[in-house]
Design a protein around this ligand. Sequence first.
Ligand code: PLP
Length: 390
Amino acid sequence: IIKPADRMTGLPTQFFAKLVAKANAQVAKGRDVINLGQGNPDQPTPPHIVAKLQEAAANPMYHRYPPFSGYPFLKEAVAKRYKEDYNVDIDPTTEVAILFGGKTGLVEISQCLLNPGDVCLVPDPGYPDYWSGVALAGADMHFMPLTAENRFLPDYSAIDEAALKRAKLMFMNYPNNPTGAVANADFYAQTVEFARRTGVVVASDFAYGAIGFDGERPVSFLQTPGAKEVGIEFYTLSKSYNMAGWRVGFALGNSQIISLINLMQDHYYCSLFGGIQEAAAEALTGPQQCVTELNATYERRREALFGALARIGWKAERPGGSFFCWLPVPEGYTSESFADLVLQEADVVVAPGVGFGSFGEGYVRLGLLTSEARLEEAVERIGKLGIFKA
Ligand code: PLP
C-alpha cells in the first residue's frame, strides 16, 4: 500500500468529475445531451495560428531544448499586446513569465508566496484551481463572498480582522467565472489601496479579458496606477484565441513575483515547445479580427439564450463578460438537485453553483459554448418541465 504525502490529502477532488460521469451515463443511454456545464471553447483555433505552428514545427532549432523561461520574442509579443489593448507598459525581460496555460501559474503563485499558517483570500464562488495551490502550500483559505447585491465584487471592509492579519495573497477574477460579472477601474483602484494598506499581494486572473459585451472592453488590473507594485495578472490564449488545448498562458506585472514564478517553473519545466511559442506570438501580434468575431459570437449566443429564458419565464441578469451565465435556481431546489433534474428530465447539463463554493448555492452556471439553436433548444426543454411560469 502506497502512503501519499500529507499535502496530497489536502488537494480538493474534482467536483465536476461527478457531473461529467452523470452526463456520460445519459449519453450512453443514447440520449441527445446538450452540455452547457463545461467551460471548453467549442470553436477551432484561427487558421493563421495553426499554419504558423505547422511551419515552425519543421524548424530544427525548436527540436532542441528551449531557453528555460521561454523565447524572448514571445514575451515581447505579449508586452506589445498589453500596450496596444490596455496602454500598459510591460518590460518583457523582467515582467513576463510564460506558463503552461494560466492554470499552472494560478497554482504556482500560492507555492511561491505562502507558508503554512498564512492565509489566502479567495472569492466564493470562484474558480476551483485557486484552492489547489493554497492546499499544496499548506496555507489556509479565507473566502470572500461574491453576492448579487455587491455586483459579485468582494467587500474588502467585511473581511474578518483575524484572517486579514494572516493574509498574504488574494485572487480576483474579472470577467468572472462563474458569475459573468465584470469589474471597473474604480474597483481596481480600491483593490490597489486595499493591497497597499494590508500588504496582501493581488493575483488578478484575466482569463476572460477578451470577452466583454455591450461594447464594453474589460479593464485590465494592470491599467490601475500602482498595480504593478502590489501584484500580477494572469493572461491566457485559451479563451481569447480558442487555444485551450495549446496550453499557453502568461503572468505579467511585479518583477519580484515574476522572478519567483520563473524560478519555480525552471524546476518543473523547460518551457513550451518552440513551435507553440512561435504560433502563440503569431496569435498576439497577427490580425486581431478573430478576437472581435469571437466576442460577437458569444454576444449573439448570450442574446439567443436570454431570449429563450425570457420566453419560459426564467429571470436572470445578463453577464457583462466571460462566456458564462449565472442563473438563480427556482425555489424548492438546491443547485445540485436542479442540475440533476434537468439532466435526467431534459438531457441538459448545467453546472451546480455549489461546486464553485458555498456562496454559489442557489445558482447554476451555463456556458455559451454551443450554437444559438442548441442553446435555445436547451432552454425550451427545461421550459417543458413546467417549473417556470412564462
Ligand atoms: N482562470 C479561469 C477563471 C478559468 O476559467 C480558466 C479555465 O477555464 C483558467 C483560469 C485557466 O485557463 P488555462 O489554464 O487554459 O489558461
